[in-house]
Ligand binder design. Sequence first.
Ligand code: ATP
Ligand code: MG
Length: 209
Amino acid sequence: MARIGIMGGTFNPIHTGHLMLAEWAREGAELDEVWFIPTGTTYMKASLESASAAAGMPGRERLHMACLAVEDNPAFHCLDLEVQREGRTYTYETLEQLKERYPGDEFFFITGADCLFSIENWRYPQRIFQCCTLIAAVRGEYTLPRMEEKKRELEMSLGRVILLPFPAVDISSTEIRRRIRQGRSVRYLVPDRVLDYIKEKGFYREESI
Ligand code: ATP
Ligand code: MG
């Protein structure tokens, strides 16, 4: 029985913060592997920030960048099952699909602190927690006491939560897209291979992406 971490995200683009989070979770929760699963049509982002985020960047390109980012790490893999799915992407569906396909494995859904506070509003949170343990890393403005309180609350209603000590890494895809638009450097914020691909394709230079 393997312990598998799942890193979901828009990954538009994937960045060092995502990779560090996966690595910290792998070590902290003694995971055998971490699978990166870029979202397909993200209903949350599509509605919240339709002009930016994933809206203008095809799933296959976000997937390709994620694959480039993890290819040198034998414990990290990249899966296309959300990008391939028609229609909206829901985390519960992905986890149920994985559970069914790999019934012997134990799944851990890895997120930043922001998701700890929003997961109750995702589609069918009970079904998400039935399939996995949530790993939430300290991120941004969320303090550990607040996260501990939220963990207790979620554990009484939904399921298991692991809080992951994580250094503050103030990197976001939004900031990366903004820097590229402004003609500034994102070297070291994304892996070199991803940087080369972004440059080659001219991604993020236009407002709409
Ligand atoms: P965007 O700015 O477009 O929202 P993002 O940088 O937040 O992008 P996502 O693809 O939305 O990246 O995030 C995927 C997952 O990675 C989420 O669980 C998010 O909380 C987490 N994450 C992203 N960046 C960091 C970071 N710097 N530190 C900790 N967790 C992070
Ligand atoms: Mg985000």
